[in-house]
Design a binder for this molecule. Structure first.
Ligand code: NAD
Ligand code: 0WE
Length: 280
């Protein structure tokens, strides 16, 4: 089964082996996709080059999504490679991208929301984590084949308050609305737009977050599946959403969170208790 065979997909947001984008690249590669990658800055260039090699790709491009010129340049270069000169009469040459990028200044993610938030922190969080998704779509719209799919990564903090997630929660809420507006705008071109709302995973973006270990332990006790999710879980769902198997799905926020979001009080960590209660 190679349900992404013949699909060319660009992946933005790969920074380490722990990255959600790594799990997505792996699963998309397994399903036969031809992949290209972006890296945020020179520090990440060599690493992303090495990862790309594992996924049989030599296509890597710099792109700091804070800069419109870099987004423009990225798609210009991608076109030079994916659109051969003899086909220069057309413009469409690839099948979608994955946006696995978020950033807020560190001090935004610590402490009381109202005290921590600043105009600058708000603007940066929304610019990098929400606007950049449509900025990329805007820049490559004419290059996308029919039946393309765009995908981004969200988090439950968009829908509920989560201690310390603070202004990132607002940015994810904006990102999720962005998914719906983009889906409506690009639908007539047969381009689908979706998000995966992933449960907490230990990645670089999660390192240094206060009590992150506690959150993972809580999920292991309290989610319906009694476990946390992996980058492979997210990668499988991502491969599906970007494939023609998901042809009828657009504007959707798919939770890949072991069921955490459906519970109001979780299991309250009571497995042992209920076991012994059964024995009585
Ligand atoms: P990660 O640190 O591996 O990935 C974050 C990526 O964002 C990095 O590759 C980084 O280079 C990139 N980035 C940041 N600013 C950028 C900029 N200006 N230009 C270009 N790239 C930039 O962490 P991750 O956990 O894999 O995060 C990927 C996505 O998944 C994020 O949107 C995050 O919000 C989301 N997410 C993460 C979790 C989790 O618990 N780890 C849960 C749900 C959703
Ligand atoms: O979206 C995220 C984290 C995104 C993120 C991470 C950082 C760390 C480094 C954005 N900006 C920065 N800025 C930095 O300087 N997640 C879903 C992971 C995450 O972050 C949390 C979480 C979870 C889960 C913060 C507080 C509470 C829970």
């Amino acid at each position: 089964m190679s349900f992404l065979k013949g699909k060319r997909i660009l992946i933005a947001g790969l920074a380490s082996k722990l990255s959600i984008a790594y799990g997505i690249a792996q699963k998309m590669h397994e399903q036969g996709a031809e992949l290209a990658f972006t890296y945020q800055n020179d520090k990440l260039k060599q690493r992303v080059t090495d990862f790309a090699k594992k996924f049989n790709s030599t296509l890597i491009f710099p792109c700091d999504v804070a800069k419109d010129e870099e987004i423009k340049e990225l798609f210009k270069k991608l076109k030079e490679i994916w659109l051969p000169k003899e086909e220069a009469n057309k413009t469409n040459c690839f099948d979608g991208f994955v946006h696995s990028i978020a950033y807020a200044p560190k001090e935004q993610l610590d402490g009381d929301y109202v005290d921590a938030v600043t105009r600058e922190g708000f603007n940066i969080a929304h610019d990098i984590s929400a606007y950049s998704f449509v900025a990329m779509a805007k820049a490559c719209r004419a290059m996308l084949n029919p039946n393309s799919a765009l995908l981004t990564l969200s988090y439950l903090g968009a829908e509920r308050t989560i201690t310390n997630y603070n202004v990132m929660g607002l940015a994810k809420a904006s990102l999720e609305a962005n998914v719906r507006y983009m889906a409506d705008s690009l639908g007539p071109d047969a381009i689908r737009v979706n998000a995966i709302s992933a449960g907490p995973i230990r990645t670089l973006a999660a390192s240094g977050i206060k009590d992150f270990k506690k959150m993972l332990a809580h999920c292991e006790k309290c989610t319906p599946l009694r476990r946390t999710v992996t980058i492979e879980d997210v990668g499988n769902a991502a491969a599906f959403l970007c494939s023609d198997l998901a042809g009828g799905i657009t504007g959707e926020i798919l939770h890949v969170d072991a069921g955490f979001n459906i519970t109001a009080m979780g299991n309250m960590g009571n497995d042992e208790l209920s076991q012994s209660a059964k024995k009585e």
